[in-house]
Design a protein around this ligand. Sequence first.
Ligand code: ADP
Length: 311
Amino acid sequence: MSDQITLDGYKELVKKHLDILTPIFAKASIGDFTSTLEIPDDSEEFVQLYAGIQIMLEVIRDQLAQLNRENQIKTEFLMLAAHQLRTPLTTMRWNIEAILASKQGLVSDELRRNMERLHSGNLKMINLINDLLNITRIEEQKHEEQFRVVDPVETINQIIKEQDPLIKRKKISVKVLPENTTMPKVMTSPKYFYETVLNLLVNAVKYNKPNGQVIIKIEERALRLLITVQDTGIGIPDNEKDRIFTQFFRGQKATQQEAEGTGLGLFLVKSFIDRFGGKIWFESKEGVGSTFFVDLPIIAKPQEISETLDK
Ligand code: ADP
């Protein structure tokens, strides 16, 4: 520092540098280390301080880039492994289904029972792999899904039909209200819309009581669609409510009632809904039942499409 500088001059100098540095630290505090600093030419102390900060920012940037690269490699490995596993599992599935579909008498009852167990285990593995692939896609933000017109009533009825064996096995009655209704079509990803309704319906059936009920309601409200899935099941205890949408979470009673499950369904559903500008929430009382609500804009655009359409 120069010997001639006055106290006021020094205060001015400090203020000037604080004005430059404060926004840089504010950005860093929220994880943004992209700022660059121009080294000032006014005093030696500040030159050293700026150089130190610059080096620190560069080191953090390098380490973050390295971590991102490692994360990327891990995700790619996981996706590759999941893909590689899915192919032989699907071949197994087709062959088991062909055996199960063969004429009565060709396969003994005992072999058929064993094959059915093999089939159910095989389907669970395929589902788990599909969930893993969906998660890595979400984390990678690789959403190459199509954006199309979806008929919500048609999709809901199709899912109920497909899930008929599970619904019958659990002795549940499923109703769609209002009956025989038509609703405005939604612009969204058919795949994600299907997955959302499927997860909510399957949960409402799985975590229900014998002879229980599921009511699916569809309502139109000011350019939005509200889908409600209500069940008369085991309900969600208060101490589990804030973890329901987190990855791998499974409720204690729910796990006792249904040993099989990944705890990924609602996490995935929430990621889809958030992405399409919708909202998802629930109300539940232990021992009485749960109601899940999905509120979706009629034109449910994923982020990047919405940016292009809004221009
Ligand atoms: P999974 O069904 O594989 O456990 P989900 O992510 O679909 O995974 O659900 C997470 C947890 O939320 C379930 O394990 C259960 O504890 C709870 N849950 C979800 N839906 C219901 C429901 N309709 N009734 C009671 N509990 C539910």
